[in-house]
Write a protein that binds this ligand. Structure first.
Ligand code: AKG
Ligand code: FE2
Length: 378
């Protein structure tokens, strides 16, 4: 019987193999088999004061970095897809508040939806994925549980402190030269915080599954031939549309990230730490000088040794493992922040072309399958 991690690897490698084949066909050469190499065990990969590797993470590991050593994070994020941050000084994660809100009766949760149907504000769910979530969006009135001032206060406090930490990490990228624009620090931006619940109870059973007579894939609910598994609570593999993400979760573990070599790394919660991952904007800030990773510009040519790639990640909650709660804070600039500016020739004329952050969101809607921008090995 395969472990969840092995299944995630297989899913990834299936797609990876297909992508390789497509690529090879286009190039007119034979497809290469992907290799699954596991990095060496132990502390050999990252050294330095306050930086160690977590000891119980299975095959591939993620480093634990002390908050006093955050100046090392930019370099570490070029080598590892995520880091555990220790001694961060955050108050205890608001899992109980997440539970209070997300286990309200359906009718009460329906009242916490954004009137404009935003998927980044208020209550939302993806029943077929066994997942529901609620977003705190500081630019809007909090759509929290009624008559619960404590909820509001704690949620705001945890969010503000998390943003302070993420800003501090961003400042480390600017020690030698300003890679991350000043407005990220000076302006409120479009940062949000999400409370998530993954539970078999959320899964809307008996819909397509029964009527179509086709079974769901046991890992990602996607239908695959010869698979008679049942659906597991999950979130599809994706990268986050932000600068950095701070995540903390309850057991059971279920979060997996991919490293640059396409290996799946388990990222279970570790007491006293939070996980920090890179978002879609990091390659724009850390690309080779003067180059842009946008496909219509330099594309992958702009990715160098010092470029931080967005962290592809997925959550799959093991069967019979119970509920999982997580809290994710997304650091984002203003929607209209300019990511790339250049003069291009159009219709015989030279015109100024600007690419704003929110344009990436619309572009991402066209990415098929996994919502990964510039993701590992693809
Ligand atoms: O629940 C988690 O740990 C991850 C959630 C996530 O990736 C997201 O909401 O973007
Ligand atoms: Fe995410």
């Amino acid at each position: 019987m395969f472990s969840i991690k092995r299944r995630v690897e297989q899913l990834f490698l299936n797609d990876y193999t297909k992508a390789q084949k497509r690529h090879a066909e286009a190039e007119g050469s034979g497809a290469q088999e992907p290799t699954l190499c596991i990095p060496p065990q132990g502390n050999s990969t990252v050294t330095g004061v306050g930086v160690s590797t977590a000891s119980d993470l299975g095959d591939a590991r993620l480093p634990v970095v002390d908050y006093n050593n955050i100046s090392q994070i930019p370099n570490i994020l070029t080598k590892f897809p995520a880091i555990y941050l220790a001694n961060h000084g955050l108050p205890p994660a608001p899992f109980e508040y997440a539970r209070t809100l997300l286990t309200l009766p359906e009718s009460a949760k329906a009242k916490l939806r954004d009137p404009k149907k935003s998927t980044v504000c208020g209550y939302n769910n993806a029943k077929a994925s066994g997942r529901e979530w609620w977003d705190y969006n500081p630019s809007q009135d909090i759509l929290g549980p009624p008559n619960n001032e404590e909820f509001k206060e704690y949620t705001t406090k945890f969010f503000n402190k998390s943003i302070e930490i993420l800003h501090n990490i961003c400042r480390q990228f600017n020690l030698k030269e300003q890679l991350i624009p000043q407005e990220v620090f000076d302006e409120a931006g479009f940062s949000t915080m999400r409370y998530l619940r993954y539970s078999p109870d959320v899964i809307d059973e008996g819909t397509e599954n029964e009527t179509s007579g086709v079974a769901y894939n046991s890992v990602l609910n996607s239908r695959r031939d010869g698979d008679d598994g049942e659906a597991l609570p999950h979130i599809e593999a994706h990268t986050d549309l932000d600068i950095l993400t701070l995540i903390t979760a309850t057991e059971p573990s279920g979060l997996y990230v991919w490293n640059r070599r396409g290996q799946v790394v388990s990222a279970p919660p570790i007491d006293g730490t939070v996980l920090v991952m890179a978002g879609d904007l990091m390659p724009f800030f850390t690309s080779k000088p003067g180059m842009s990773p946008l496909e219509q510009h330099e594309g992958v040519e702009a990715i160098g040794e010092e470029t931080v790639l967005p962290t592809a990640h997925t959550v799959v909650v093991p069967r019979n493992a119970g509920e999982r709660y997580s809290v994710a804070v997304f650091l984002r600039p203003r929607r209209d922040m300019v990511l790339d500016k250049r003069v291009v020739a159009r219709g015989g004329k030279e015109v100024n072309e600007e690419t704003a952050f929110w344009w990436l969101a619309t572009e991402k809607l066209h990415v098929e399958g996994r919502k990964c921008f510039l993701a590992t090995a693809l």
